[in-house]
Write a protein of this length. Structure first.
Lengths: 207, 207
DNA sequence: CAGCACATGTAAGACGTTACATGATTGG
DNA sequence: CCAATCATGTAACGTCTTACATGTGCTG
């Protein structure tokens, strides 16, 4: 259900074709809500069928066309209503912590690989989100620029502040995951030393 | 795909009926991987069809039966193989941060409600996970007890350590979400004061 | 004998993933 | 004229949610 609101959020800044939308999507909202084009195009059609958006066929070159969508009043309403409705949280479903809970079944090296991969995964997300923070501060994100262009001056501060705040939260989360995984690596070392004779060494401080 | 490994992880401690499994599930693995019974029973049947587990019909009272499953060698292998295989991470899909990024479209009070609900949501998760940490320290979780009973003495420390470590990670995450949402509440206050005349007051410190 | 726990599902639909498919336009 | 990019999907499959369905056994 969130996909359509992610799309509405983008379209609210002004008309966009499915293709443009899909491109901008992966550079903005896509950072918090991933969706492939094979999901975006059909969803746009569905939203059009429900009159949340309207598409207009535009000529492109000689033979081709493209469909440019804009938000209807009903769509704007739907977006605002969603904004004022309690969120539905997805149930926990976390493969990394699932595996971590049973790492005693893995060889220490495999456990290390797992944590290294976890670090790697979140380092990449972190880089994305930190990059986005920079682009917010420099007002360099194209969608943010378009957004600000259609925003009342007195609302611009808020608009920027919430985006900044969102990405700060994501950055914090990524750092949390990374530091957890680093502690995991240390834990494996400690357990291995404990296991190989040093058993109850009071100096092998546990976290 | 993770569901079956969550089930295998539980079944590895010894035979369980679908019903017991489902009950224990919600009290242990369910804390990291939610699944309703309507998903568990069919998955068990599928796993049996693939020879990862075997079910045995047991009489219950006069007419009723129950099906008790145990892990086969192939199932044990599958679990260990999964343990040594890189995890597949789900793409980001985070409704809370999606909404946060566009909170300028909501009335301040609605934005506050959103953050309060977020805090509430994660406080509840936090309580769950902290409770589980306690039950780990007191070795009071029934599944952990059964697990330790079939674990070589030299592996017991590792077994407990990884469970503890897992829940510590979850607790950290919950705390992170809560503190983010609390900062969100402060941000709304600041923006509202800034908006109502105090505009460029150098004393309204931003985070 | 009532009510709760035990016990096991099915069915329909939403949502997501992956792979496949196709053609037009534009710039070098 | 060739490659990149513009442009828009379909099809099959797997996962998850929600609601419904049904009956037995035990305990007070």
């Amino acid at each position: 259900m969130s996909l359509r609101y992610a799309l509405l959020a983008l379209l609210r800044v002004g008309p966009l074709s499915g293709y443009e939308l899909q491109k901008q999507f992966s550079l903005s909202v896509g950072h918090v809500w991933h969706a492939p084009d094979s999901q975006i195009y059909p969803e746009l059609r569905k939203m059009e069928a429900e009159h949340l958006i309207e598409g207009e066929e535009q000529p492109r070159g000689q033979r081709a066309t493209r469909r440019v969508y804009h938000v209807t009043d009903a769509g704007e309403q739907a977006f605002l209503t969603w904004m004022h409705t309690p969120l539905e949280y997805a149930r926990v479903r976390d493969p990394a912590h699932l595996r971590a809970a049973y790492l005693e079944a893995a060889a220490p090296d495999a456990a290390r690989d797992f944590f290294r991969a976890h670090i790697n995964q979140w380092e990449r997300e972190l880089a994305q989100w930190e990059g986005e923070l920079l682009r917010i501060d420099e007002v360099a994100n194209p969608m943010l620029v378009r957004r600000l262009a259609v925003t009342e001056p007195e609302d611009r501060e808020r608009t920027i502040a919430f985006k900044r705040f969102t990405y700060e939260g994501l950055v914090d989360r990524a750092r949390g995951e990374i530091s957890w995984a680093k502690r995991g690596l240390r834990l494996i070392d400690e357990l291995q030393h404990a296991g190989s004779g040093v058993r109850s060494d009071p100096n092998s401080a546990h976290v």
